[in-house]
Design a binder for this molecule. Sequence first.
Ligand code: IMP
Length: 187
Amino acid sequence: MSPYHDIETVLISRERIRRAVRKLGHLITKDYADKRPLVICILKGSVVFFSDLIRQIDLPISVEFMTFSAYQGEMEPTKSIGLVQDLSRSIENRHVIIVEDIVDTGYTLHTLIGMLELQNPKSIVIVALLNKTARREVEVPLNYYCFDIPNEFVVGYGMDYGKEELYRNLPDVCVLKKEVYSNDHQG
Ligand code: IMP
């Protein structure tokens, strides 16, 4: 049996991702030509996208890392987002680019932007690999993204499933079989 028997299908192949990331990197290079942006990786899901993307940005950039935890209890209508690992430098007066794997309900980025704006950056934009609009609950300004996806749970290219955080290493974005997550994730 395949070690990946929880995977339904490949949604976005590594080749499509490679082309989209290259195009996005060139666009950011053009848009930030005179700006020396500070690029923030939201761990852990964005790590693969981030490391591919920054190598397509042909500019002097700084990089930073942040980690959040999300919790949605049975009695809570909305997710609460907690900061686990903060930035190691100030973003005051910097042009900030946030790199996220997927925008789902929008709560993570909504919370993050609120926090970062308090530090008076010159500008903040969001870059995401995937946009899952069907599940959006709060508006976020998604300035750059690569792919719209349907309301499926995806893994691979950095994104994981479950307590063991499996499948981040898959090179393609894949759809997880519904029966795997229907009891404990999305309704
Ligand atoms: P949001 O706060 O609901 O927008 O959630 C964003 C975070 O939820 C992402 O950074 C992912 O870590 C996680 N997430 C949302 N949808 C998926 C998915 O389909 N696969 C894997 N992780 C997901």
